[in-house]
Design a protein around this ligand. Sequence first.
Ligand code: PGA
Length: 250
Amino acid sequence: MTNKFKYFIANWKMYGDVNSIKSINRVLKFVNLNKKKKFKIIYCPPYTLLHPFSKILKNTKVDLGAQNCHTELEYGAFTGGINSKMIKNLGAKYIIIGHSENRAAGDTDSAINKKIYSALKSNLSVIFCIGETLSQKRKKLTNTILKSQIINGLRSLKTNKKIILAYEPVWSIGSGIIPKNSELLKNILFIKKILKKISMLKNTKILYGGSVNPKNIKVLNNIDELDGYLIGGASQNSKKLIDIVKKTFN
Ligand code: PGA
């Protein structure tokens, strides 16, 4: 049970088609019935569903986000590219940047920094993902990795007002394994320390992501430092998503 405002970001990854959208009606109904509770659900569907989602989410309390964008802020000859302006134009307010699946596909810290810069210029709020891999954790490199991802990702930014940081240990994503609370808390406190060092702690929300589900949410909720969750697999199932929110507040 919490009194704190919580974010629940539904990251649909490369799943879903126009027929899957109706499944969110259940969530919209739930949100409507729980207007007084202090939470925000943000759907981040694939690019192809941003427009239909923006139509269905119009005039609701649920917000829209994208999962990535091109590094270029301006329009240009970048076949297959989608920039932050286009995403904003479709009605999105948020964007996930730096997800480990995109880092693994080639997104460097410097590209991530450019994407964040571009997203902020387009007036989007950024869900900035960081996290260590299993091999980095085993080599006791977690702090080094988190520090360099934060410093390089947020380099030269003038403001952190629209930054939400999501700590996602790569080994937790899609594995069903979550860190022990003691380990998670230690890493969250370390992240806060680094943010403080670069004067970006104030206003920065901190989320956890990686195998969040209705079964482990109560355990995760014991960490008061968290401002919410980035949810992959479980978020495609409306009942599970609602359960996660319910268990956070009851
Ligand atoms: P998961 O994904 O909840 O399926 O582990 C989380 C994420 O990758 O954002």
